[in-house]
Design a binder for this molecule. Structure first.
Ligand code: PLP
Length: 383
């Protein structure tokens, strides 16, 4: 089996991830922050360790700025709904996943906020930062409070010039939040260097944690309104959530076994090194694009960008059908729209979307050959 659906969730996970989850449920899985006994304290220590790993990986101001959520979508909703106030205006990009687009649309439909969409694709591999910032500038209104955009697309290898956008936002007095679902673990992210006020990351994608893990990291001085209220082990006599982070944002019991697994995933990524992981993924996708570029009947989208995703269609064959035929040969890819209507519209894919092959750190160069042979068989069978 060749797994090329790492943008949905990475697979397999490092062995240490499963081992640690098992250790957690067998040996130290108390409720962290809910008691002073040894099993609770041991769980709290592990949760802190994971917070710390994430803070160091993403250049957070301090460990307390990291809080856990079940997935990126939950984190994005927490940030959007916690930062935006009645009457605010937000600017998002035309490459957003539904995780950003849908909550923004819902808030706008409810009459709470307004939003606009800035153009990102500048037609060159380096994503011209000046032109992108100029596109944002055109949309700024007196009530604009936030720019929220993805770092890396989930349907092609385009990445946005986050550092320059962050610098632009702060120069214009705007807050800047980033969806790091496809870049965390694949690209270097330094919140302070990139002027990021809130970063939402999945645990289960490029950080190689289990499903059910994710995190939000807040920049210095950023406090959100809470999305969910309840017990968090501190200030129990108070009727409202205290301002103290990270507890303010973690109402209810956190997913300790998932966080324990995530901790090992992050350690593995840090040991491997982001540059090395990115280098391997870019080389593999580069080879795949080269092979697909020489095939008849293949339409490649955004091939000028380097990254971990290859998006294509077999002309005249629905993308879901191609994915199904590849699956029969042991290749796992995903057809359709990948929960990203805006981004598909931006790339101009046809009705039915496209086929996405997304690689991870465990894929090998030889997987490109296997994929090529299987896709050639699909084109023959469907011609
Ligand atoms: N944002 C992007 C760019 C994504 O690719 C995804 C998932 O594929 C999400 C957000 C949502 O992530 P999650 O499934 O962790 O909620």
């Amino acid at each position: 089996m060749t797994y090329f659906d790492n943008a949905a969730t990475t697979f397999p996970k490092p062995l240490s991830v499963g081992d640690e989850m098992l250790r957690c449920v067998r040996i130290y899985g108390g409720n962290p922050g809910r008691g002073a006994h040894s099993v609770s304290l041991a769980a709290a220590k592990k949760v802190f360790e994971c917070r710390n790993e994430l803070a160091e990986l993403f250049g957070a101001a301090d460990t307390d700025r990291v809080f856990f959520v079940p997935n990126t979508t939950y984190g994005i909703n927490t940030v959007l709904k916690g930062l935006l106030r009645e009457g605010d205006h937000v600017i998002i990009s035309d490459m957003e996943h539904n995780a950003v687009w849908r909550p923004v649309c819902k808030m706008a439909r409810d009459g709470r906020i307004q939003y606009d969409v800035f153009k990102t694709l500048t037609g060159d591999a380096k994503q011209n930062p000046m032109r992108i910032c100029a596109n944002i500038a055109k949309l700024i209104r007196p009530n604009t409070r936030l720019v929220f955009c993805t770092h890396a697309s989930n349907i092609c290898s385009a990445t946005l010039p986050i550092r320059q956008i962050g610098e632009f936002c702060h120069r214009h007095g705007l807050l800047f939040a980033v969806d790091g679902a496809q870049s965390a673990g694949h690209e270097r992210i330094d919140m302070r260097d990139m002027n990021i006020d809130a970063l939402c990351v999945p645990g289960h994608k490029g950080l190689y944690g289990p499903q059910g893990s994710g995190a939000v990291i807040l920049g210095e001085g950023i406090t959100l309104d809470t999305l969910v209220e309840g017990g968090n082990g501190i200030d129990s006599l108070e009727a409202q959530m205290s301002l103290q982070a990270p507890e303010r944002y973690e109402a209810g019991t956190v997913a300790t076994p998932c966080i324990a697994g995530l901790c090992e995933g992050v350690k593995t990524v840090r040991r491997m090194g982001i540059e090395r992981i990115a280098g391997g993924e870019k080389a593999l996708c580069g080879r795949m694009r080269e092979m697909l570029g020489n095939m008849k009947n293949i339409e490649l989208y955004a091939p000028e960008y380097e990254g971990s995703i290859v998006l294509f269609n077999v002309r005249g064959v629905p993308s879901e059908r191609v994915a199904e035929l590849l699956d029969r040969q042991g290749i796992c890819v995903r057809g359709g729209y990948h929960c990203a209507a805006l981004a598909h519209r931006t790339l101009g894919t046809p009705d039915g979307g496209a086929v996405r092959a997304s690689v991870g750190m465990y894929n090998k160069m030889a997987d490109a050959e296997t994929f090529y042979r299987a896709l050639r068989a699909v084109t023959v069978a469907t011609s």
